[in-house]
Ligand binder design. Sequence first.
Ligand code: ADP
Ligand code: MG
Length: 650
Amino acid sequence: MAVIHVLDKHTAELIAAGEVVERPSSVVKELVENSIDAGSTAIAVEITHGGVESISVTDNGSGIEAEYIATAFIRHATSKIAREEDLTAIGTLGFRGEALASIAAVARVDLLTRTADDEYACLYRQAGGQELSAAAAARSVGTTITVRDLFYNVPARMKFLKKDSSEGNYVADVVLKQALAHPEIAFRFVREGKEQFVTPGDGELKSAIYAALTRDFAKNLLPVDYRQGVLSAEGFVTAPIAGRGSRSMQFFYVNGRTVEDRTMMAALETAYKGLSMQGRFPGCVLNVKMPLEKVDVNVHPAKTEVRFANTAEVFDLVYKAVKSAVTRTDAPQKSLDLSGTAAATAEPLPQTAQLQMPAAAPSIIVPAAAAAAVRTAAPLSGGAPGLLRQDSAVPYETRRSRMLDIEKTPQEDAAAAPPAAEKSAQPLKSQSALQQEAAAAAPTAPLAEAPQPLAEAAAQPAPLVYVGEAFRTYIIAERGDELILIDKHAAHERILYEKLVAGYGKVAGQMLLAPVSVTLSAAEKNAVLADARLLCDAGLEIDDFGGASVLVRTVPANVPTESAARLVEEIAARLAAGIRDPRGAKTDWVLHSIACRAAIKGGDHDPAPTLLALAQQILDGVVPPFCPHGRPVLIHLTQKELEKQFGRRE
Ligand code: ADP
Ligand code: MG
């Protein structure tokens, strides 16, 4: 029979310490958090041998009164909370009272501290959880904790440490995150004798970012400042142009606490869908502030995770905050960088090469309204504002924020442009006749509401002239001195997607005369029925039809009836695969799928007025000039570029 006994105090202590102290970076995190909680305005962190040999954290905070020092090292001893109720509203980073005890259990710790009321400082020493000495010493108000020989008494733990440089990187990451969370505190980080960064502590997040991160990252940031009820989100996100190869530059905070949170990450990335290229990740430094009782921070011994009372609310906040930041400014800057300058600075080609077709990449045009929006935004360095056309004035910013707010007043009409009416070939028409028809073909609400008047100075744009269509895929149009090519499917898809977002939850689907039954796998069927509400809000009403089937009763406006089954199959497969995806993300790709199904396709035969109306809408800038997957919707060539290609101009 197995003997059951209570572990001795020392062993129990080591086990508990293991939860908090996994590696040098966990020690640094706890110590820096204590310094922040102590009201410090300057914190210095120094490590040697990746922090395994020594870590020292010096602050100018409150200090600890001599009589309480020993108590602070007892497990569950804390000055930050006192009773059960306090757990529901934790305003400090620490509250578990475990850090000092855990650290001292597995290392040698020296603590030198002095409060403003004390004349002397006190130097207190522990090793392996045993008190060694306490003596008077000297220092200014504040605390220095030095931790040496981490895991010297727990060889098993020691084995799991990586090489010093890797451990040092983890520490750097921790200090960086804290420095970004607290721009009001001056951080100094010294690694193996070399100063890594010093933040000014001037309260400006941008200064902290400049000091602690690369210039490259800092120069492509868009400010986020968004409030929704009692919640707010502030900080910076990277411009879509500055997408990165990984998520390493995503820094999330809740009430100033570093968190790793899937909801916030998903919301961030969903907000970039359609604005940046697939496979690129946005960067951010984002702090969400909310009433303390709306977030439980006591879910993880290392306090790196939190639980929100209302996850959907947080998703929604972050999504809208980021979306309004990236659309308010200039997703289109990306295209400018890609192209305009390249074309302008292209080297003259050698004689032979000149015979080949376009030497310079055609540039992607910026819809006038997006450019107008840029004028109101903070200037971005590195862009090419000279290339922005400021000739029209329909800021989609205003529309975007309205569209994103799915709580607002109903928009009756989700019908999209161009109407799927005539599909037959059109005889050639005069340009003015085409313009008139295009005007008629243009959709009404919500996208085509009266433009917001902008600066008087905004000149009328040159009229758009329809030239034709290539490969039944690209609309060719001319405006002023530009030749414009538009991917008709991508353009239509984007417009429909924006309408679906605007009408989400408010626009009923079109009833099918004969409901369509669709056969699905068990997992797919479960997933579809579980998310029936979400689909219904998107205009797709689906019921259980027994067995392996579901019955589709309505489809969103513009989705051809014959596409209903394919659409449901596609959505079901994705819902089943992404069963745990946050609701906002699901909604987003459900709307993408619908937009894709409903949009006109490359190869379709579409009448000229329809295509012209489509082109006009894109150029009016009511939607971002990228399809929901992030591909550009239009490119342009100037007359000058063409003349150069044909040797008419030097
Ligand atoms: P917690 O932070 O969860 O309260 P810790 O074990 O980290 O627990 O710290 C115990 C106590 O020691 C804290 O509550 C605080 O009163 C005190 N303390 C620790 N570090 C500092 C510091 N740098 N400055 C002032 N007081 C500190
Ligand atoms: Mg603490």
